[in-house]
Design a protein around this ligand. Structure first.
Ligand code: G
Ligand code: G
Ligand code: MN
Ligand code: NA
Length: 254
């Protein structure tokens, strides 16, 4: 309850930050995208994991304010970094089912882009696999509007829920993110490796690009490349870092 109260004031007190983790093209090692990840630096407790406070934010309705703020931060960085690099640099923003429910049929995210004259081409929305199981008209409507604005869609934590590849046909999806549990297990477990390989083949046949999450070792990276995986994300490349450090990784002078 204390945490919930503290979270209520966290944005105003500038305790919330957007960190960015590189998404790397596995063949070349090039950073081609980033995922935005929320961070809360509590004045007494230090860094609090989003795994702990995102559920609190969802239950209490605070997720809308926090999530909208994360989107604005991400859109501004994506535009700035794209301009610096000379090509569209995409940032992935997580959007939980509670955020789809909190918004009316049109999203303030699109209003924001329009106000600032920004293109949706620099944004990817990450939705969880669970959302595929129950695509309500409201969710479908919002996702259609996003895609019309050039925003792409990614399925997060794929393989952990109860959906299957068949559900990917219900929505237009651009990227599939293989959950880190499979990446962790694939080196020692032939079964996990087979699942990863099958997910990549099927995703490609459906026209999706594949991101492997939680890549921590060279052996995992090699195996993913051999399996035809497109992109990787994980501590092997970099943990999530603040924007200034991310610019160093991109070799942008700030
Ligand atoms: O960064 P970390 O692995 O600790 O994140 C834990 C969880 O919090 C992940 O499942 C991630 O999807 C979620 N998360 C991180 N940032 C955001 C955000 O901005 N919005 C939402 N909805 N979830 C986020
Ligand atoms: O949004 P999603 O549920 O995919 O959240 C990704 C989470 O995974 C973030 O909290 C991020 O900090 C974490 N993460 C990123 N790279 C690694 C990694 O290589 N290993 C582990 N264990 N966690 C990672
Ligand atoms: Mn994610
Ligand atoms: Na994930």
């Amino acid at each position: 309850l204390k945490l919930r109260h503290d979270l209520y004031n966290a944005l105003e007190q500038q305790q919330i930050q957007a960190y960015f983790q590189p998404i790397v093209e596995l063949n070349t090692g090039r950073i081609i995208k980033a995922e935005a990840l929320i961070r809360w630096r509590h004045p007494e407790k230090g860094m609090i994991s989003p795994a702990l406070f995102i559920p609190i934010a969802e239950e209490s309705g605070m997720i809308k304010k926090l999530g909208d703020w994360m989107f604005y931060e991400s859109a501004i960085r994506a535009q700035y970094w794209s301009r610096q690099l000379g090509y569209p640099f995409q940032i992935s923003v997580n959007r939980s089912p509670a955020q789809f429910i909190a918004d009316d049929k049109d999203s303030p995210w699109l209003d924001y882009l329009q106000q600032k004259g920004m293109s949706g081409r620099c944004i990817v929305i990450e939705i969880t696999e669970g959302l595929l199981l129950n695509v309500s008209p409201r969710i479908k409507q919002q996702l259609d509007a996003y895609r019309q604005a050039g925003i792409q869609v990614s399925i997060d934590d794929f393989g952990t829920g109860y959906s299957s590849m068949a559900y990917l046909q219900k929505l237009q999806v651009d990227y599939l993110k293989i959950d880190q549990s499979f990446v962790r297990e694939m080196v020692d477990n032939a079964g996990s490796r087979a699942i990863v390989e099958a997910m990549i083949v099927m995703a490609h046949k459906l026209g999706l690009k594949v991101v492997a999450e939680g890549v921590e070792t060279l052996e995992q990276k090699r195996m993913l490349i051999a399996s035809g995986c497109d992109y990787g994300q994980g501590y092997l490349f970099s943990p999530p870092v603040p924007p200034i450090e991310f610019e160093r990784l991109l070799h942008i002078k700030s």
